[in-house]
Design a protein around this ligand. Structure first.
Ligand code: GTP
Ligand code: MG
Length: 138
């Protein structure tokens, strides 16, 4: 059974959409096995998104992720990484399939409501960035 790291981003927490987004995960068969609401510093956001540090939007992305609280969670289920990305929809909400989180809620390609790990290796790294083993209650 697979695990993935999910973040409900500042644009969504600000608009009080946490519950509606979690409902979509649960309806897709993903189980929330760890969750907390935190307010990242820009430096913490920068470390989390370090793979994007050469991209032109890196600074804007880090500012955004530190602008309001986020809800970080570990989702568990069969094929959780790809299932979560299906529920999320394409990065740019204009390209996201109907019914996905980003199609329904995202405001722009940057302020796109959710993050989800993209591979088993990154999922393991991202989960351990936010949670200790004791906090994962499957
Ligand atoms: P994540 O699950 O957040 O990693 O999204 P993703 O895998 O669909 O996209 P990617 O890893 O390519 O980009 C990471 C994040 O950077 C995106 O989710 C956006 O928040 C942001 N981002 C990507 N492209 C752009 C862009 O062109 N402009 C801005 N402002 N932000 C962008
Ligand atoms: Mg990504």
């Amino acid at each position: 059974i697979e695990r993935t790291l999910s973040i409900i981003k500042p644009d969504a927490t600000k608009r009080n959409l946490t519950g509606k987004i979690i409902a979509k995960f649960e309806e897709a068969g993903l189980r929330v096995i760890a969750q907390k609401r935190i307010h990242l510093t820009k430096a913490q956001a920068g470390t989390f998104y370090v793979v994007h540090k050469e991209r032109p939007f890196y600074d804007e992305l880090c500012e955004f992720m530190a602008s309001e609280p986020v809800v970080v969670q570990v989702l568990e289920g069969e094929g959780a990484i790809s299932k979560n990305r299906e529920v999320m929809g394409a990065t740019n909400p204009a390209d996201a399939a109907e019914g996905t989180v980003r199609a329904e809620f995202a405001e722009s390609v940057g302020e796109n409501s959710v993050h989800g790990s993209d591979a088993p290796e990154t999922a393991a790294e991202e989960i351990s960035y936010f949670f200790s083993g004791l906090e994962l209650v499957g």
